[in-house]
Ligand binder design. Structure first.
Ligand code: FAD
Ligand code: SF4
Length: 510
């Protein structure tokens, strides 16, 4: 019985049970395809990263004596469509059985389900054996509940997997050390030189150019900075544990013009392609902590584990609970167009200039830059969430819809009306000034409101609350801000409106 097994570009799990034995009647296939490069405009480093990791993975499988068929983007027989490539291989190789790993993305899941329904040979789907949870576990956990609080899920995960738990209680006496994760970085904790792998990706860049794939952002083709093999992914993890974990929690929310990555792990690309698993990462972090308890505080460790065991698994569960309708949600009815400077980085607002240029240059911005700079600004200026999704899905090397969409539409844009975030993540310039040094060298002044050089966030913030009052004022967590807004004089409120409207109508001039 001849089997064809499909491996998608984000399913590069070499520890999967599929690969525990070799069988000459099993063919593995991987395809570089226009179907995947063109459904949104991706960052060039994202396309290169995926192709490079896929090519390495196929090579490693071949070295372990597995049968592999790999289609490069420019191969003659490559139809550029997933299902047409599969049909071609099934026919050419007299396949009796088609097997695939369950896609994490709704779009691909549907495409493969539909394909198998019409297939005249047997087909099977298998788990990717990557996540702690199965796709529908979160839905079961929250069944009958009106609120889907991440914290409740996270505590349950800690108990279930006995992570930082002593006698059924949280180690260190608290479930969550978030309050101590909010320091501003002023240069006092030294940040070691970031790890890089010195990978030459010129050949892949040439292939992409030859295929004329449209992309955004920059690349240094002689010096690719993301891990593209399991070995490099493990190296990145060790580097994080050795050098960065010690201050991860402290400066998790900090932003700085000189330091793009601060103490962040940059492990998301390796993890989202499944070259490394969340369990391996958490085990290694715990092991490092146990060996260095005198040196590393539990708040750093808990802060990091919460992101992976909590947020990452939660976002995936929410995606699978709420798709496909989730993709259309626009609770706040935002309709404005994304300013052009999101694609060029050309703005006088220093915070946005830094966050956007980091994204264009590196395919990376850390969580608070995504949430409280670009996301905050997009929400305050009431941009259509479809445009925001396309930007986030394209620009980050780690962007795959199952994790990008709930973070963007839910957590960052409140377009789901509060299924993920309990209140909108919006702020004026003072929060940005508190967490970064961006305001120091900005053309605008964070303490000013109405003058020509006033920080645009200040009026946009109050204008947003004003315009969305009907939808947001009943939110318990917004009560205090609405009571402040409603105490403002009508003169001030109309000045705010006038200034904010001017900003919104002329976004690319700011
Ligand atoms: P670290 O800060 O070192 O954190 C470690 C790991 O925790 C990350 O690698 C990631 O896997 C996980 N993690 C942390 N926060 C989250 C979160 N909110 N949701 C899921 N996992 C989390 N993450 C993506 O992987 N892909 C995306 O497309 C993506 N889009 C985002 C869009 C917006 C608007 C926002 C606010 C966040 C988004 N995130 C996304 C979450 C987070 O910003 C990135 O995971 C993180 O910045 C990756 O960098 P890192 O590996 O250095 O993370
Ligand atoms: Fe951003 Fe306003 Fe600070 Fe400038 S002053 S960096 S626009 S928050």
């Amino acid at each position: 019985m001849k089997k064809l097994r499909l491996i998608l570009g984000d399913q590069l799990n070499s520890k999967h049970s599929w690969f525990s034995e070799t069988n000459k009647d099993v063919i593995y296939c991987l395809f570089e395809m226009r179907q995947e490069t063109d459904y949104v405009t991706h960052h060039i480093q994202k396309i290169v990263g995926f192709f490079a990791a896929m090519r390495n993975f196929a090579k490693e499988l071949k070295e372990k004596n597995h049968n592999v068929i790999y289609f490069n983007i420019n191969d003659k027989g490559n139809t550029q469509s997933l299902t047409e490539n599969l049909s071609r291989l099934i026919k050419e190789n007299n396949i009796d059985n088609f097997e695939y790993l369950s896609p994490d993305e709704y779009r691909l899941d549907k495409q493969l389900k539909d394909y198998c329904t019409n297939l005249n040979i047997a087909s099977n789907v298998f788990s990717t054996e990557h996540f702690y949870t199965e796709k529908k576990d979160l839905e079961t956990f929250f069944k009958g509940k009106k609120q889907f609080l991440m914290e409740n899920f996270y505590r349950n995960m800690r108990k279930k997997h006995q992570i930082l738990i002593v006698d059924n209680q949280p180690e260190g006496g608290k479930w969550n050390f978030d309050a101590s994760n909010r320091k501003k970085w002023k240069g006092e904790a030294l940040i070691p030189q970031e790890i890089s792998f010195d990978i030459n990706v010129q050949e892949i860049v040439s292939d992409i150019e030859k295929a004329e794939i449209k992309s955004i952002g920059k690349i240094n083709s002689k010096y690719f900075e993301y891990p593209i093999s399991r070995k490099q992914s493990l190296k990145q993890l060790s580097y994080f544990c050795e050098h960065l974990l010690v201050h991860f929690g402290d400066f998790q929310d900090a932003m700085h013009t000189d330091k793009i990555y601060l103490f962040h792990s940059r492990i998301s690309f390796a993890m989202n392609t499944k070259m490394i698993s969340p369990k391996e990462i958490i085990d290694k972090v715990l092991d490092t902590y146990r060996k260095q308890e005198d040196n590393i505080d539990i708040s750093q460790v808990e802060g990091f584990i919460r992101q992976i065991l909590g947020w990452r698994e939660y976002m995936r569960g929410m995606y699978w609970m709420l798709m496909p309708d989730y993709k259309k949600e626009n609770f706040l009815e935002n309709k404005n167009k994304l300013p052009n400077f999101f694609w060029t980085g050309k703005t006088k607002m220093n915070c946005l200039k830094n966050a956007i240029n980091n994204s264009l240059d590196n395919g990376y911005a850390h969580h608070i830059q995504r949430l409280m700079i670009t996301g905050n600004f997009a929400l305050l200026t009431q941009i259509n969430p479809d445009e925001i999704d396309a930007w986030y899905l394209g620009i980050y090397v780690d962007a795959i819809e199952w994790v990008q969409l709930p973070n963007t539409r839910g957590m960052s844009q409140f377009a789901d009306g509060g299924k993920i975030a309990t209140k909108p993540y919006v702020s004026s310039g003072s929060y940005i000034g508190k967490m970064s040094n961006y305001c120091d060298a900005c053309s605008y002044k964070k303490a000013k409101k109405f003058e020509d050089d006033a920080c645009p966030f200040n009026t946009l913030y109050w204008n947003f609350l004003d315009e969305k009052q009907e939808k947001l004022s009943s939110n318990f967590r917004m009560k205090m801000m609405y009571s402040l807004l409603n105490k403002m004089s009508s003169e001030d409120r109309s000045k705010i409106k006038e200034k904010a409207n001017h900003i919104i109508e002329n976004l690319d001039e700011y």
